[in-house]
Design a protein around this ligand. Structure first.
Ligand code: HEC
Ligand code: HEC
Length: 297
C-alpha cells in the first residue's frame, strides 16, 4: 500500500513528466512583433504532430512520410516563404492569412481544409513559424502590406461587359498568356490588338506555345504550373472577389506576379470576371466546343 505521505512527491513527479512531455518550448518567442507564449508553442507542436507532420515533416522541411511523389509538394516551412498570403509579394503573411489557408485548405492539392479549434489553429500557426526563425524572429520583422479590395465597378448586371474587357486585358494589355494558356482565337486576339495598339497581330507574332501552359521556375525548388482555368482546380481563387485578391498579390515565389497598379482596378475586376467564366467551363460540355473552335481555326 502506498504511504499517503508519498502522494505530494508522486504528484510532483507526474507534473515533471507531463511538463517534459508537453513540448520542447521552455519559453515564449516574439514572432514578427507578436509575443507568443511557450504554452501556445507547445500546443502548436502537439497539434502539428497530430495533423500536419505526415506531409510537412518533423523538421518542417516538407519531407514527411506521406510526401513522396506528392504534387505540388508540401510546403517546406524552413524557407519562410508562402504562396497565398494576402500581402505584397515577398512579405510575411498575417495570422489571418494562415487561419484562412489552414481552415479552407488548398483546393486541388492534398492540403485539405482543417476543422480544428480556434485555439489550436492559432497555436499551429505560431508553431510553423518557428521552423523559419530567420524570417520571423528579430526586431525588424513585421507582417506584410495589405491592399484594400477595390469596389466592383461592374456587378452582376454588367458581367458580360466585364468579361469582354477581361478578354482584352488577359490577352493583350496584361499578357497573362506569357505563362497561362490562351483560350481565344488568333483572329479575335488580332482584332483586340488593333483596338488597343492600332495594329493587328501578324501570324508570326503569336507564340508557338500560345495554347500551352508554360511551367515556371520558382523559389520552392520545383517548377510551378500556371493552371488551365477550364481544367485544373485553383488553390484559393474560389469567387470573383478571391480572384481579384489573388491578382493583386500574385502567388509569392511561384513566378505569378502581383498586378495591383500594373493594370487598373477596373481591369483587375474585368480579368477576374473573365477567369471566373473560364472556371465555369470546368466539367462543362461548352469547354469542348471552345477547344474545337481553337483547334479548327
Ligand atoms: C496530406 C498532406 C498535407 C497535410 C496533412 C497538411 N498539409 Fe499543408 N500543405 C500540403 C501541400 C501539398 C501544400 C502545398 C500546396 C501548394 O503549394 O499549392 C501545403 C501547404 C501548406 C501551407 C502553405 C500555404 C502557403 O500560402 O504557401 C501551410 C501554411 C500549410 N500547408 C499548413 C498546414 C498545417 C497547419 C497542417 C496541419 C493542420 C497541414 N498543412 C497539413 C499538404 C499537407
Ligand atoms: C510569369 C508567369 C505568370 C504570369 C505572367 C501570370 N501567371 Fe498566373 N500563375 C502562374 C503560376 C506559375 C501559377 C501557379 C502558382 C502555384 O500554385 O504554384 C499561377 C496561378 C494563377 C492563378 C491561380 C491562383 C490559385 O488560387 O491557385 C490565377 C487565378 C492566375 N494565375 C491568374 C493570372 C492572370 C489573370 C494573369 C494575368 C493578369 C496571370 N495569372 C499572369 C504564373 C503566371
Amino acid at each position: 500500500m502506498m504511504n499517503l505521505k508519498m502522494l505530494p512527491l508522486l504528484l510532483c513527479l507526474v507534473a515533471v513528466v507531463s511538463c517534459e512531455e508537453a513540448g520542447q518550448f521552455k519559453e515564449g518567442k516574439t514572432l514578427a512583433g507578436k509575443q507568443v507564449s511557450k504554452e501556445t508553442l507547445n500546443l502548436g507542436q502537439t497539434t502539428y504532430m497530430e495533423y500536419c507532420v505526415q506531409c510537412h515533416g518533423k523538421n518542417g522541411d516538407g519531407l514527411g512520410v506521406s510526401s513522396a511523389g506528392m504534387w505540388p509538394p508540401p510546403r517546406n516551412f524552413k524557407l519562410g516563404i508562402y504562396k497565398f498570403g494576402n500581402v505584397v509579394s515577398g512579405e510575411l503573411p498575417h495570422d489571418e492569412d494562415f487561419y484562412r489557408i489552414i481552415r479552407k485548405g488548398l483546393n486541388g492539392t492534398p492540403m485539405l481544409p482543417w476543422d480544428i479549434s480556434d485555439k489550436r489553429l492559432d497555436a499551429v500557426t505560431q508553431y510553423i513559424k518557428t521552423f523559419a526563425p530567420e524570417a520571423w524572429e528579430g526586431e525588424d520583422k513585421k507582417p506584410g502590406t495589405k491592399y484594400e479590395l477595390p469596389a466592383d465597378p461592374f456587378g452582376e448586371a454588367r458581367k458580360a461587359e466585364a468579361i469582354e474587357k477581361g478578354k482584352r486585358a488577359y490577352n493583350i494589355t496584361a499578357s497573362c498568356i506569357q505563362c497561362h494558356r490562351g483560350y481565344e482565337t488568333k483572329a479575335d486576339m488580332s482584332a483586340w490588338n488593333k483596338e488597343i495598339n492600332k495594329v493587328p497581330l501578324k501570324s508570326e507574332e503569336f507564340a508557338a506555345d500560345l495554347y500551352q501552359l508554360k511551367m515556371q521556375d520558382s523559389d520552392y525548388g520545383y517548377h510551378t504550373m500556371p493552371p488551365d482555368f477550364t481544367y485544373h482546380k485553383v488553390r484559393v481563387s474560389h469567387t470573383t472577389e478571391d480572384i481579384v485578391q489573388r491578382l493583386m498579390y500574385g502567388v509569392n515565389g511561384s513566378g505569378m506576379p502581383g498586378w495591383k497598379d500594373v493594370v487598373t482596378d477596373e481591369e483587375l475586376w474585368a480579368i477576374a470576371y473573365y477567369v471566373q467564366s473560364l472556371k465555369d467551363l470546368r466539367n462543362n460540355p461548352a469547354r469542348e466546343e471552345l477547344m474545337n473552335k481553337i483547334e479548327k481555326q
